[in-house]
Design a protein around this ligand. Structure first.
Ligand code: PBG
Length: 304
């Protein structure tokens, strides 16, 4: 009479990609997780596919010299992200390739948008994000995933994709993304921590509940295909709120800080890693998530 089950189909596997050859760079705050160069990414994606995992979410680490305040490198058709998409789709064509759309890894300020006098400029940013999403679609991305939380970006991206005849490219919107301290290890991994201030002017205040529904409904009206709640465990109530109000597919993101906490406690022998991991993953399904982006995907599938 078990109500909820996990399957490899539930998972989205985040991948961190760097320039170089043969690079397998450990991320200290994410034990067991690595930044990989493209040659190793190809092998990794083939092995994920063989394990039944069907979707990857790509993040890249941008060289310091390529960062600016305009997202120039984000639009480079030969940029690391664009090359990664092409190579993965060539190596494993059936793998669903999802891409992160936000300026932070490309930003000299470490912010998700263009900065002027200490402020994040919403409208100039969404114009760049739409071009960035189109450039990912041109490279072969199946799903673009804007994680920036600017207002109006979904409509802008959807229009840009439609104009260029990319009718089948999906948008997975980080619609309820909170300004959270659980993202620390991810920012270590990509060297993308904000250089000043925080992200509270565009991400949701963690004290808010209704706002998540407002933001999500707006993104759906603008043309999002999948919506997302992020972080995961501390926000299961939000997943359930959305589940009770909307019928679009909901994804949850179990973020880097959640991964780090479990790894750290398990390394001390204080909790049972595998049992807690599965319990947490099932809780996302119980809350109402159809998809779970998680750094535990490979380990979880090995246990199923
Ligand atoms: C960037 C982005 C972040 C994450 C995913 N996309 C960091 C942030 O918003 O600062 C965090 C993922 C994680 O912590 O695992 N827009």
């Amino acid at each position: 009479m078990k109500e909820y089950h996990l399957s490899p189909n539930d998972f989205i596997v985040p991948l961190f990609i760097v320039e170089g050859k043969g690079v397998k760079d450990p991320i200290p705050s994410m034990p067991g997780y690595f930044r990989l160069s493209l040659d190793l990414i190809e092998k990794k994606v083939a092995s994920l596919w063989a394990k039944g995992l069907k979707a990857v979410l790509l993040f890249i680490k941008v060289e310091e010299t390529l960062k600016d305040n305009k997202g120039t490198e984000a639009l480079n058709p030969e940029g690391l992200m664009q090359r990664a998409i092409k190579q993965i789709k060539e190596a494993v064509p059936e793998m669903v390739v999802m891409t992160d759309v936000a300026l932070d890894p490309y930003s000299s300020y470490g912010h998700d948008g263009i900065v002027k006098e200490g402020q994040i400029l919403n409208d100039p940013t969404i114009a760049v994000l739409a071009k960035m999403a189109l450039s990912h679609a041109r490279a072969g991305a199946d799903v673009v995933a804007p994680s920036d939380m600017m207002d109006g970006r979904i409509a802008e991206i959807r229009n840009k994709l439609e104009e260029a005849q990319f009718h089948n490219t999906l948008i997975m919107s980080y619609s309820a993304k909170y300004a959270s301290s659980f993202y620390g290890p991810f920012r270590d991994a990509l060297d993308s921590a904000p250089g000043f201030g925080d992200k509270k002017t565009y991400q949701i205040d963690f004290a808010n509940r209704e706002e998540a529904l407002v933001e999500t409904q707006r993104d759906l009206e603008e043309g999002a295909d999948i919506v997302m709640v992020k972080p995961g465990l501390a926000y299961l109530d939000i997943i359930r709120d959305l589940k009770n109000s909307i019928s679009a597919p909901i994804a949850a993101y179990q973020v880097s800080g959640e991964y780090a906490m479990l790894k750290a406690a398990a390394a001390q022998g204080w909790i049972d890693h595998d049992q807690v991991m599965i319990e947490q993953l099932v809780s996302f399904k119980r809350a109402g998530a159809l998809l779970i982006a998680t750094y535990f995907a490979e380990e979880a599938v090995a246990l199923l």
